[in-house]
Design a binder for this molecule. Structure first.
Ligand SMILES: NC(=O)c1ccc[n+]([C@@H]2O[C@H](COP(=O)([O-])OP(=O)(O)OC[C@H]3O[C@@H](n4cnc5c(N)ncnc54)[C@H](OP(=O)(O)O)[C@@H]3O)[C@@H](O)[C@H]2O)c1
Length: 333
């Protein structure tokens, strides 16, 4: 086989902010699959805020070390199969890492039906869509007429959360960085209002945007934005704790959100943490509903596709800086 297997190695663990200097592009042999394995070619690598969190320590997966091929999920095609149930040409979503080719045990993989555009298998029908769906509906449990707030609202998970909440009849307020993202939320994605967390006192801006308080807060960012939301929660409000992207890239924050636990007590709040895999048994139902909303035009899918495996480091650094709108991914060309 005369193929190149480029791979991007995490050359050094960042102590402060992540930069392109923490990565190195190398080449390796294309692996030969063993019994029960398949050889995969990555097509689209998913860029996730969690990629940075994996450098901080063990999460729901083990921590990354310097010298590891950078971890990451990808939509991949089976090139060669030595396992029953998967054949050349099948599509899977797999933890391929940042490289062209990898051999993995087939028992860890599930074939995906081929759809157009393929990118939707990473965005709305991938982890982002399922995270938005389950986090909002199972943990936030919004009712029609309630006020739902979501942070990182122009990102991949957040942009879907807000639209699903609208479909469910809620009033939706998005929190995002910068005026352009806020305009996008209200003019293109149907949000009722948007708050620019970089434009001043978020707590005060939220109070103006949510005069009756927040019934459901979908938290993607943690930190000061979470604190501002806690102060604006309505009695018996629910917080779906999805992630904490404000804490991933850099030194540990000086303090946690103020008002904890006092606000949780007096407002009778429920904070529910979740990982998307918790709801695996309900995946098919969720995908069917997401598909019906996409096909009816109720759910708009924003994707941010960058060409070239070599651009993965810059794409992740940019995601953490808020350069993306919607689901960021890299097409492996
Ligand atoms: N629990 C789960 O199972 C699960 C699964 C998938 C993802 N997640 C979580 O979902 C969240 C969104 O991740 P994603 O991969 O979809 O990324 P994303 O939302 O598409 O992109 C990350 C966004 O975070 C915002 N951001 C960056 N630094 C911030 C800061 N200091 N304060 C506030 N916002 C900041 C940026 O937008 P702005 O321009 O608005 O700052 C950026 O666009 C993350 O917390 C991730 O860990 C959880």
């Amino acid at each position: 086989m005369n193929r190149t297997n480029r791979q991007i190695v995490l050359a050094a663990l960042p102590e402060g902010r992540l930069g392109p200097e923490h990565f190195r592009l190398t080449e390796a042999a294309v692996p030969t699959p063993g019994d029960g394995e398949v050889l995969l070619k990555a097509l689209y690598v998913s860029l996730d805020a969690a990629n940075r969190a994996w450098m901080q320590g063990a999460t729901y997966r083990s921590a990354l070390k310097a010298g590891d091929v950078m971890a990451g999920g990808a939509l991949a095609e089976v090139v060669e199969s030595r396992a029953p149930g998967l054949a050349a040409g099948d599509l899977v979503f797999a933890d391929t890492g940042w490289r062209d080719y990898v051999a993995l045990p087939a028992r860890h993989l599930t074939a995906l039906a081929r759809i157009e555009p393929l990118t939707h298998l990473i965005s709305v029908y991938g982890i982002a869509g399922l995270t938005a769906y389950f986090g909002l509906l199972e943990c936030g449990r919004p009712k029609a007429g309630e006020t739902v707030v979501v942070s990182a609202a122009a990102g991949s998970v957040g942009s879907l959360v807000g639209q699903i909440a609208r479909i469910k009849g809620c009033r939706v307020v998005g929190i995002a960085g910068g005026a352009a993202k806020c305009v996008l939320l209200t003019s293109e994605l149907g949000f009722d209002a948007a708050v620019d967390y970089k434009a001043g006192d978020v707590r005060r801006l939220l109070r103006a945007a949510c005069p009756d308080g927040i019934d459901v807060y979908f938290d993607n960012v943690g930190g000061e934005v979470l604190e501002a939301c806690l102060f604006n929660m309505a009695t018996h409000g629910r917080v779906a704790c999805c992630g904490a992207v404000s804490q991933y890239d850099g030194a540990a924050p000086p303090h946690g959100p103020r008002g904890v636990p006092g606000l949780i007590v007096t407002k009778r709040l429920t904070l529910t943490g979740f990982v998307v895999m918790d709801f695996h048994d309900k995946r098919d139902t969720a995908l069917a509903e997401l598909k019906s909303w996409v096909e009816s035009g109720q759910l708009k899918v924003r994707e941010d596709v960058i060409d070239g495996l070599e651009n993965l480091p810059a794409a992740l650094v940019g995601l953490l800086a808020g350069d993306n709108v919607g689901k960021r991914m890299v097409k492996v060309v």
